[in-house]
Ligand binder design. Structure first.
Ligand code: GDP
Ligand code: MG
Length: 163
């Protein structure tokens, strides 16, 4: 059985873009519209010679504002419960949001290993969010740009090290 790596986080942080990068596939739907990923997507990926099962989670599509956190949990709960490693993604450009904080708090309680990923950190965008993200209590962030392909080698090394 392959180790399961789950990509989690609120909508629009770039989870599907990262999924595509790591899997080398174009199966996940990437969109500017939050919540456009309808289903969990699975792919086998080869990360530095290590085969893993990669899962892109949906986020919180069609969530009413008052049930936002509940839906976020529900859609990612099963995937996270199966995870050997969770890549918890935040957006380095927007910084930490209440949704990120809520999700991080929930994630810490799940007891699965978590690697914090600060995406959209191309150029100098990552520095402030990287500092801020320590407050999530999930350790040091791995700064990447999924879209521009920056920091991915280091991220893959970090993933493999933790499996
Ligand atoms: P998801 O909802 O978390 O799956 O996010 P998506 O992968 O669908 O991406 C949401 C938006 O962020 C899209 O417009 C992507 O092109 C954009 N995006 C993804 N990764 C990056 C990145 O590294 N840098 C920047 N600037 N934008 C990104
Ligand atoms: Mg998506």
């Amino acid at each position: 059985l392959l180790p399961v790596v789950v990509i989690a986080g609120r909508p629009n942080v770039g989870k599907s873009t990262l999924f595509n990068r790591l899997s080398g596939r174009r199966t996940a739907i990437v969109s500017d519209t939050p919540g456009v990923t309808r289903d969990r997507k699975d792919a086998e990926a080869l990360l530095r010679g290590r085969r893993v099962r990669l899962i892109d989670t949906a986020g919180l599509e069609e969530a009413a504002p008052d049930t936002l956190y509940g839906r976020m949990r529900a859609s990612s709960e099963y995937a996270v419960s199966e995870a050997d490693l969770v890549l918890f993604c935040i957006d380095a450009r927007s910084g930490i949001t209440p949704a990120d904080q809520h999700f991080a708090t929930w994630l810490r309680r799940q007891g699965r290993p978590v690697l914090l990923v600060a995406n959209k950190a191309e150029g100098k965008a990552g520095a402030a969010a990287a500092m801020e993200s320590f407050s999530l209590g999930l350790g040091a962030p791995c700064a990447i740009s999924a879209e521009h392909g920056e920091g991915l080698a280091d991220l893959m090394a970090e993933i493999v090290e933790r499996l």
